[in-house]
Design a protein. Structure first.
Length: 84
């Protein structure tokens, strides 16, 4: 959609995505996600006590953030005083 808009706006001559067909794209297997129930989440938190992953596990469970979101966090982006 972005490249089509660039073509329409005269920014590029042709859409580079027009040359890509679905048969050339890699197939990604579908994985059924499983969510922990409350008891399982509590057991995981307890089991992680004293490990270096405890804070990460607690953050993941309480925020529902995805792995990529959690791994991209840096201390520079966290303002504990503002609660953000």
């Amino acid at each position: 959609m972005l490249f089509a808009a660039a073509v329409d706006g005269g920014l590029i001559e042709k859409n580079p995505c027009d040359q890509v067909s679905r048969k050339h794209l890699p197939r990604v297997p579908k994985v059924e996600e499983r969510v922990l129930d409350e008891t399982e989440a509590k057991r995981l938190i307890e089991a992680s006590q004293g490990t270096r992953l405890h804070s990460f596990i607690v953050l993941a469970l309480y925020t529902g953030a995805r792995k990529g979101e959690l791994l991209a966090l840096t201390w520079l982006r966290i303002d504990l005083g503002a609660g953000a």
